[in-house]
Design a protein around this ligand. Structure first.
Ligand code: PEP
Ligand code: MG
Length: 584
């Protein structure tokens, strides 16, 4: 068979090759419209109820297994699936239609599900689309139990395989193990989508946004996933496989080599110390943070506590997680970002109205300010945990001063309550703002007076400033971190922060783009926060350049008129600084 190369978006570094496992998350097969006799209807209903029961048991088992192996928050994904099975309207409709239409349950059940899914898919709302995938997931399970087939899940993947899917939901990703899922490739998604971010956390090579990988690859095909270049090679020739094996070895050797920098300081040739810290989603990732030599956590995304569960996390749950991260990272600092739900991180239990534009909607700090009851639980836990290590916290999606003041006022209330009860916390804990909305970047001079630090969230800043959806692969070409408009916003934020005497960090994916490190250093960025995996590489670059060089590079970069020119220049400069460095 002829080799085929598919180009997508590099989502998580590394190269893996092996047999493809087509994970069908998209479509259910067509059930046959089989007529039944009137007297057969009760047996058909019984069959349906048995399949529901069996599915319920299966899901509960998976939930338990995942909670035990990877953590309760991942297991909670399946609570949403269990809820679909409890949906009285859905169940009653199937039963009454079996009796009325005298058709076999498979067809009726699939038809009812289709109606539900269609209703959801017509609504332009990320949260509801996620519900749609829950229904789809559960529906396929029930159908397979009805016909006696086994449901495919990534949890049950026995042989190591490259997973090929249209998209992967959080419940799919939660099931992944490095041992069995050696790489994944999807039709949709962008580089800063949370599926891509999760792949890096799990250290699984991944390429997203391939558009038609599920149409090209068949089950069992031999494929190579190159997460460095963002390509998938189907039916590679023997010499290509050999070449990629060598590249893989080289990449892994390079990674191991870089690890030797683990205990060295992140400082420039002329002695400027930079903070290179890590982004985490789950407390367990601290091991990887330390292993890769990061000097702390610059972004702890706390949304995963709230996602895919049917209840709200308790103050104790928050507290235990924050305390463990603070203790395990001590004496290094950990920046906890307060709840940032919304956008492509959906809620599954809170009543959130449908929205046309979820990324521009009722999310993050907007949601927290409207629901101080929920917000205060998290703030109390953060403050209490601050007594056990070096914690800092920051608010996401600050768009203006009033929001910042309101958030700080709630924090003050919570602090006063704790004080009144003699509960220990760090009264000098640094409180910062993420700068990820263009309005905040423009008025960063005003915001800087009222916070202890800034952390630039470029994933969102770029999406809002260029008006380019960060999860849409069709317009990914517009998503340019080197766009002169973006560089100017970043310079403005750093300059304003420094003028007010506060430090400025960056926790968006841009902080881990190797060729941009000299520019960001030259602009004066104090802290770079990224996936642990990339920390050694970025440390190497910082240690290979002087501030004088970096400032010159930054100045020149600011003089270009297009993102392309900046990118070409940045690549050429990095090649000069580190000739052996492989630029993607
Ligand atoms: C960002 O927007 O850059 C960021 C770090 O936050 P998130 O990716 O979680 O939106
Ligand atoms: Mg963000």
């Amino acid at each position: 068979m002829k080799p085929k190369i598919l180009k997508g978006i590099p989502a998580s570094p590394g190269i893996s090759m092996g047999k493809a496992f087509l994970f069908d998350t998209h479509e259910m097969g067509q059930a046959v419209k089989r007529p039944i006799l009137e007297e057969e209807a009760p047996a058909e209903v019984r069959r349906f109820k048995e399949a529901l029961n069996k599915t319920r048991q299966e899901i509960a088992k998976i939930k338990e297994k995942i909670s035990r192996n990877i953590g309760a928050e991942h297991g909670e994904i399946f609570s949403a699936h269990l809820l679909v099975l409890e949906d009285a309207m859905l169940v009653d409709e199937v039963i009454s239609r079996i009796k009325k239409e005298r058709l076999a349950v498979e067809y009726i059940f699939q038809d009812v599900l289709r109606k539900y899914i269609k209703a959801f898919s017509n609504i332009d709302d990320e949260y509801l689309r996620e519900r749609m995938s829950d229904i789809n997931d559960v529906g396929r399970r029930v159908l397979k139990n009805l016909v006696g087939a086994k449901h495919d899940t990534l949890c049950e993947l026995k042989q190591p395989a490259v997973v090929i899917a249209y998209d992967l939901s959080p419940s799919d990703t939660a099931c992944m193990h490095k041992q069995s899922v050696i790489a994944f490739a999807t039709d949709i998604g962008g580089r800063t989508s949370h599926t891509a971010i999760m792949a890096k956390s799990l250290e699984i090579p991944a390429v997203v946004g391939l558009e038609d990988v599920t149409a090209v690859v068949k089950n069992g095909d031999y494929v190579i996933v190159d997460g460095n270049k963002g390509i998938v090679i189907v039916h590679p020739a023997q010499e290509t496989i050999k070449g990629c094996e060598l590249e893989k070895k080289g990449f892994e050797e390079k990674e191991r080599g870089l690890l030797s920098l683990r205990d060295l300081a992140a400082e420039t040739l002329d002695g400027r110390k930079i903070e290179i810290v890590a982004n985490i989603e789950l407390p367990e990732e601290v091991t990887s943070v330390i292993y890769h030599g990061a000097q702390g956590v610059g972004l702890y995304r706390t949304e995963y506590f709230y996602m895919n569960r049917s209840d709200l996390p308790s103050e104790e749950e928050h507290f235990e997680a924050y305390k463990s991260v603070a203790q395990n990272m001590a004496p290094h600092s950990v920046i906890i970002r307060t709840l940032d739900l919304g956008g492509d991180k959906f809620l599954s239990h809170l009543e959130v109205p449908l929205e046309m534009n979820p990324f521009l909607g009722w999310r993050a700090i907007r949601f927290c300010l409207a629901r101080p009851d929920i917000f205060k639980v998290q703030l109390r836990a953060i403050l209490r945990a601050s007594a056990y290590g070096k914690l800092k916290m920051m608010y996401p999606m600050i768009s203006g001063l009033e929001e910042l003041r309101q958030a700080n006022a709630i924090l003050q209330d919570v602090s006063a309550e704790l004080k009144a009860k003699n509960i220990a916390f760090d009264e000098n804990m640094e409180v910062g703002a993420m700068i990820e909305i263009p309005s905040a970047a423009v008025i960063s001079d005003l915001l800087a007076r009222e916070v202890d630090f800034f952390s630039i969230g470029t994933n969102d800043l770029i999406q809002y400033a260029i008006a380019v959806d960060r999860v849409n692969e069709k317009i990914a070409y517009l998503y340019e971190s080197t766009h002169p408009g973006i560089l100017r916003l970043i310079k403005n934020i750093i300059d304003n922060g420094h003028k007010a005497g506060i430090w400025v960090g960056m926790c968006g994916e841009m902080a881990s783009e190797p060729e941009l490190v000299p520019i960001l250093l030259g602009l004066g960025l104090d802290e770079f926060s990224m996936s642990s995996l990339i920390v050694p590489e970025i440390k190497k670059i910082v240690r290979s350049i002087s501030m004088e060089q970096a400032k010159e590079i930054a100045q020149k970069a600011m003089s270009f008129s297009t993102g392309r020119e900046v990118e070409d220049f940045a690549r050429a400069k990095l090649k000069e600084i580190l000739p052996e460095f492989e630029i993607k």
